[in-house]
Design a protein around this ligand. Structure first.
Ligand code: PRP
Ligand code: URA
Length: 209
């Protein structure tokens, strides 16, 4: 069974509360998602391997640590996952970025794929899938399945807010994928929205409603 990591850092929780507020506008919402994503990736990558390298400071030679192992790929789920990309690239500027386009059919709540473009060498990368909202888990689970079909195995999922239903679905369908969230909320409402949640992340991010 995969692990669920919930980030209770006060800075993350403070910023998330502002994002949840219905009076927070598009510009501030976008900036906060960017900031929280940057703070989250710091912990998401805590277990990345490092290796000793020899360097020479202005004073003397020394051994120091640098990242080793697989390079990183980040894969936002369109649209709302796009809002998490820049914050992560600030800390991992060499990461390659793939995109998966999915929307949730409002009637069936099932994900519909409309785009998928991954880095050519995705199967040799440590992949971080991004989506602010994990509701039924349908979108995230489908995205992870697409990625696995392309031969990729080292996958972690990062969400801002997750419902217990979404966590359970991803854990059941992808027990190898660890999940990192800023908050685990109470439940879904009858329209499949996370309660209390923050509403429709894509619409709030891009100002489409
Ligand atoms: C939202 C959200 C997730 C999905 C979560 O996207 O960004 O991708 O719903 O719901 P699920 O866990 O029940 O699948 P949406 O389908 O609204 O598309 P958008 O990002 O283009 O607005
Ligand atoms: N998608 C969203 O954007 N918000 C939710 O609460 C559920 C799905």
């Amino acid at each position: 069974m995969s692990k669920v990591h919930v980030f209770e850092h006060p800075l993350i929780q403070h910023k998330l509360s502002i994002m949840r507020d219905k009076n927070t506008g598009c510009k501030e919402f976008r900036a906060l998602l960017d900031e929280i994503s940057m703070l989250m990736v710091f912990e998401v990558t805590r277990d990345l391997p490092t290796e000793d390298v020899e360097i020479e400071t202005p004073i003397c030679k020394t051994k120091s640590k640098m990242l080793a192992g697989k390079p990183i790929g980040i894969i936002p789920i369109l649209r709302a996952g796009l809002g998490m990309v820049d914050g992560i690239l600030q800390l991992i500027p060499n990461a390659k970025v793939g995109h998966i386009g999915l929307y949730r059919d409002p009637e069936t709540l099932e994900p519909v794929e409309y785009y998928c473009k991954l880095p050519e060498d995705a199967q040799h990368r440590e992949l971080i899938v991004l989506d602010p909202m994990l509701a039924t888990g349908g979108s995230a689970s489908a995205a992870i399945s697409f990625i696995k079909k392309r031969g990729c195995n080292n996958i972690r999922l990062v969400n801002l807010i997750a419902a217990p239903e979404g966590i359970a679905r991803v854990q059941k369908e992808h027990p190898d994928v660890d999940i990192y969230v800023a908050a685990q909320d109470e439940c879904l409402n009858e329209h499949g929205y996370i309660m209390p949640g923050l509403g429709d992340a894509g619409d709030r991010l891009f100002g489409t409603k």
